[in-house]
Design a protein around this ligand. Structure first.
Ligand SMILES: NC(=O)c1ccc[n+]([C@@H]2O[C@H](COP(=O)([O-])OP(=O)(O)OC[C@H]3O[C@@H](n4cnc5c(N)ncnc54)[C@H](OP(=O)(O)O)[C@@H]3O)[C@@H](O)[C@H]2O)c1
Length: 240
């Protein structure tokens, strides 16, 4: 059986991926809260690994004795919005970038040596990086960083026979989006997201962006002049 490691497996998309892969893979499900992970994966046959991705020492210690891995999905992440740019919250910015981007770097340090030749690495970005969204300075910047990281890794991992995929989901119904108080067009379930991701990874796709119709919509909106897009964003915020 192939061995897959998934971070952020205590909730949302990561939890669904752990449940789905556990049917025919050996799964190492990672979270930072042992009790939450245990509760979420109560009836799922998998190994549990606990670490905070924002803490380098914790990541390195937890991953030190792992066996070779066929697939690593660095999914853990968080989202917080900057409500008042005039009083820019630098601590919030650091929290989000640490969890989403710096933590990914710590996981790469710990896990790259474990990925077997012929194996796969997947990073979790977002369709949010197709366009700048109001209040998303921290989240969008962290995920834009993931885009670059994934693309650059793909170049250097190719000669190592490790395929790198960048995952860019639309809105998915998880605890992360259940906090949002704005319309989320085209929101899908975590089960649907897991299907898109597992299908894309099975095909070795470099970019796994979904849903196709949502991505097409964003790509068309990219064609708008910036000022038109910016006023649309502000109008939407006023109507919310
Ligand atoms: N939902 C969406 O619409 C959407 C869209 C695009 C991209 N994404 C990305 O998809 C990924 C999963 O999101 P989700 O919607 O499934 O969110 P979620 O339900 O909130 O799950 C996030 C997971 O990441 C873990 N995590 C967060 N910070 C961590 C840390 N410092 N150390 C270790 N684990 C940590 C959480 O652990 P705890 O349970 O302990 O908090 C949880 O298991 C994120 O990277 C997110 O940015 C989501």
């Amino acid at each position: 059986m192939k061995r897959v490691l998934i971070t952020g497996a205590s909730s949302g998309i990561g939890l669904q991926l752990a449940i789905d892969y556990a049917r025919d893979h050996q799964v190492i499900a990672c979270g930072r809260d042992a009790a939450k992970l245990q509760h979420a994966l109560d009836n799922v046959a998998c190994h549990h690994l606990c670490f905070d991705i924002g803490n380098r020492a914790s990541v390195l210690a937890a991953c030190a004795d792992l066996p070779p891995l066929d697939l690593v999905i660095l999914n853990a992440g968080t989202c917080e919005y900057i409500d008042d740019v005039k009083h820019f919250d630098g601590e919030l910015f650091e929290r989000v970038v640490r969890a989403n981007l710096v933590g990914t770097g710590y996981c790469l340090e710990a896990l790259m040596p474990k990925i077997a030749p012929g194996g796969q690495l997947a990073l979790m970005s977002s369709t949010a990086t197709y366009l700048p969204f109001s209040r998303a300075q921290a989240y969008g910047a962290s995920k834009a960083g993931i885009d670059y990281l994934a693309n650059s890794l793909a170049i250097d991992c190719k000669p190592l026979n490790i395929r790198v995929s960048n995952i860019k989901p639309c809105f998915v119904d998880t605890p992360l989006t259940q906090k949002n108080n704005f319309p989320m067009p085209g929101r899908i379930t975590a089960a649907q997201a897991s299907n898109y991701i597992r299908r894309g990874l099975a095909k070795g796709k470099r970019e796994i962006a979904f849903t196709p119709i949502f991505v097409l919509g964003l790509k068309l909106l990219q064609l708008l002049p910036f000022n038109v897009w910016a006023s649309l964003q502000k109008q939407q915020e006023e109507n919310a």
